[in-house]
Design a protein around this ligand. Structure first.
Ligand SMILES: Nc1ncnc2c1ncn2[C@@H]1O[C@H](COP(=O)(O)OP(=O)(O)OP(=O)(O)O)[C@@H](O)[C@H]1O
Ligand SMILES: [Mg+2]
Length: 335
């Protein structure tokens, strides 16, 4: 049996709503960093599962900086740059490249090697840290500065070391460092020792308000199903109604709700970083009918290696049961 998921549009849903639901505490905490920048900078690593709203918070911080006329420098980790030393730092400092020439000679040379401008032995991280801090502090002398680091779980280790160096010294400079990292397998940024802000799922009232604003047409029973299946994850709350939109307007009460490609891609985004055996266990968890003896050879000769730490499985959202288990078998997972 199928039922329609569309009900009447609720008038209240059109009322003005906040841009971010249920993040007052987090926004206040970030607002505090801006307010007290005169007393010194601070750093924060925003952590949480895929789609929980880390980038949305960084976006709010960027808007705040724009409002206050504070310059923003940004960089981002990327899976294909994780093993390229200083790739993330190079991106962060690119707009200030002109300032490199004014550095003391040893720092200038170290940065030139780090960024591939000249040849030499692997540069001393301490010198690079000093050089980066000098350039940033100099810029922050003109106006307080905001550094935004997206997807820090994919940053290269050298950049993480330099970020840790900077973050431990920003209290003496008007510099705010905000990083965002997705839960999942261990990454270099875990070692940076940055103070953390963990993003939890939205509470029921906020999840309801988000849905009422973005998908006011849902019938009460479908809205309830979306709320349960999304588990307070904002991306799921936004995407599940979109997936329903793409159906012909009906949904079986017995089957799980359909999902969008974006949702699937996001929730499987770090699967390829899991050890083969963990991926195998995921398949088993997702597909009761899977024959592990048949699947194992497809994972290659190292399938028995690697950690099976169940904590690594929190890379996935509770919605994982609706993902296609075959995606976890490919070397490239959901990337
Ligand atoms: N509190 C919120 N209220 C309304 N919309 C939100 C909220 N948090 C996030 N969103 C929206 O949900 C979507 C996912 O959020 P976002 O991209 O910030 O997640 P993320 O944690 O950065 O995910 P990823 O780990 O994939 O980088 C975005 O469209 C964002 O605008
Ligand atoms: Mg993000």
């Amino acid at each position: 049996m199928s039922s329609s998921f569309r009900g009447g549009r609720e008038l209240g849903a059109l009322a003005e709503s906040p841009r971010l639901f249920g993040r007052d505490r987090e926004l206040a905490l970030i607002g505090d960093l801006f307010e007290h920048i005169g007393a010194g900078g601070r750093s924060l690593l925003i952590r949480g599962e895929a789609g929980i709203g880390k980038s949305a918070l960084l976006g709010e911080a960027r808007s705040r900086a724009d409002e206050l006329g504070m310059p923003v420098l940004s960089t981002s980790g990327a899976p294909f740059e994780t093993h390229m030393p200083f790739a993330g730092l190079q991106r962060l400092l690119r707009p200030l490249a002109h300032a490199i020439g004014a550095l003391p000679e040893r720092q200038r040379e170290a940065l030139a090697v780090a960024f591939g401008g000249s040849e030499g032995p692997a540069p001393d991280i301490f010198l690079i840290g000093l050089a980066a801090l000098d350039i940033l502090a100099d810029r922050a002398g003109e106006a307080p500065l905001v550094l935004l680091v997206e997807d820090a779980h994919w940053l290269d280790i050298a950049t993480c070391d330099v970020l840790a160096f900077i973050a431990r010294r920003v209290e003496l400079e008007p510099i705010i460092v905000l990083c965002a990292a997705r839960d999942g397998p261990a990454s270099h940024v875990d070692e940076a020792g940055l103070p953390e802000l963990r993003l939890e799922p939205l509470d029921d009232a906020s999840a309801n308000a988000l849905l009422a604003t973005h998908a006011p047409e849902l019938t009460p029973d479908i809205r309830q199903r979306v709320l349960v299946e999304a588990g307070g994850n904002p991306l799921a709350l936004l995407e599940l109604p979109r997936a329903l939109d793409a159906t012909s307007g009906v949904v079986s009460p017995a089957a799980p709700l359909p999902i969008t490609e974006r949702l699937e891609r996001t929730f499987t985004g770090r699967v390829s970083e899991l050890p083969p055996l963990t991926r195998l266990l995921l398949v088993a968890a997702l597909d009761e009918s899977a024959d592990l003896h048949e699947i194992r050879p497809t994972l290659g000769p190292h399938a028995a290696e690697g950690s099976q730490d169940p904590k690594e499985v929190h890379v996935l959202h509770p919605q994982a049961h609706r993902l296609n288990p075959l995606r976890f078998l490919s070397e490239h997972g959901g990337n």
